[in-house]
Design a protein around this ligand. Structure first.
Ligand SMILES: [Zn+2]
Length: 316
């Protein structure tokens, strides 16, 4: 179970920023399903004091989810079949539309989203696009690239790594890296140590700070804007940097400890910016980021949304 993910969902729920559909991506054994169930428990726990983990594990709701017989928590899996079939998706859609039996938030977990038949995937699109109230869809996959782009672009990705961020960070600190650097590299390497050092070699910290400054401190040069809007991968990387930046600000605003922020090398700037933005503004920025990312997936020109993002991010 990935406690960071659960904490993140808790924060987002508390601020009313929960998205409707998520894609949990990570290798087999990285705790995707366990975490999805923990999120379902956290969202529906009836205890007044659920404790650190966000759910008590003992109330009727937690017990039912634990036993797999909660009427509003549904797991869709292919079992021994090669793919998730359209009939399964039709059943899921029917249940999404139904009123909850007892849950505050119905949770639907769809395992191995990369095995959806095209027909099944198409049937699911509308449900991913038009959220119904009080329901959350969590799709899981070992390989993000194998999930159909139309599905991928409608979900917020949550990356699970074989190595949790904290563990990788601790490892890098033991290697002699400053904490601030390890914090950031551990985040953007998706838990992969080799990738973390590769990023370091390539000067990632300097690059990400330049992106943050361009968007939050001043005019982004025309040439840079053009570059970001024409190269999908660079654009996406910039967006994920800005997203983690905004999340750090949200965390600080919510009173989280300094050790939880990703951009630990910029703690002072983060603290200063936390007083600049309202929650509403940050929510708006995150929405623009998600929208822009979708546009990149659809091969659309993102120059204008990137400009808008700059306007939104420009700390007064
Ligand atoms: Zn409970």
């Amino acid at each position: 179970m990935n406690q960071n993910v659960i904490k993140h969902f808790q924060d987002m729920r508390d601020r009313g920023c929960l998205a409707h559909a998520y894609l949990f991506v990570g290798p087999k054994g990285s705790g995707k399903i366990e975490t999805a169930l923990a999120v379902a428990s956290m969202l529906n726990c009836q205890s007044e004091d659920p404790g650190e983990s966000g759910f008590c594990g003992q109330c009727p709701s937690c017990l039912k989810i634990g036993k797999g017989n909660h009427p509003d928590v549904m797991m869709v899996e292919r079992g021994d079949e090669a793919s998730v079939k359209i009939d399964q998706i039709r059943e899921l859609i029917g249940r999404v539309q139904l009123r909850a039996f007892e849950a505050r938030c119905k949770v639907f977990i769809l395992k191995d989203a990369e095995t959806l038949t095209t027909e099944a995937a198409n049937a699911l699109l509308k449900t991913l696009e038009e959220p119904t109230k009080e329901s959350l869809l969590i799709l899981t996959s070992a390989v993000k690239e194998r999930v159909l782009p139309t599905i991928r672009s409608r979900c917020q990705a949550v990356i699970f790594s074989a190595l949790p961020r904290e563990a990788l960070m601790a490892m890098m600190i033991r290697d002699g890296l400053p904490r601030e650097e390890a914090s950031c590299l551990a985040q953007f390497s998706e838990g992969c140590r080799g990738r973390a050092y590769e990023l370091r070699e390539k000067g990632f910290l300097k690059k990400k700070n330049s992106i943050i400054d361009q968007f939050t401190r001043g005019e982004i040069a025309e040439a840079d804007l053009k570059f970001l809007s024409s190269d999908g991968d660079e654009g996406k990387e910039a967006l994920s940097i800005l997203m983690s930046w905004c999340r750090d600000i949200l965390l600080l605003k919510a009173g989280a400890g300094d050790e939880r922020v990703v951009h630990a090398d910029r703690l002072k700037d983060l603290q200063q910016q936390a007083s600049h933005y309202t929650d509403e503004q940050l929510k708006g920025i995150l929405q623009t980021i998600v929208k822009t990312r979708k546009m990149i997936d659809e091969n659309l020109n993102v120059k204008i949304p990137l400009m808008l993002l700059k306007e939104q991010l420009w700390a007064n």
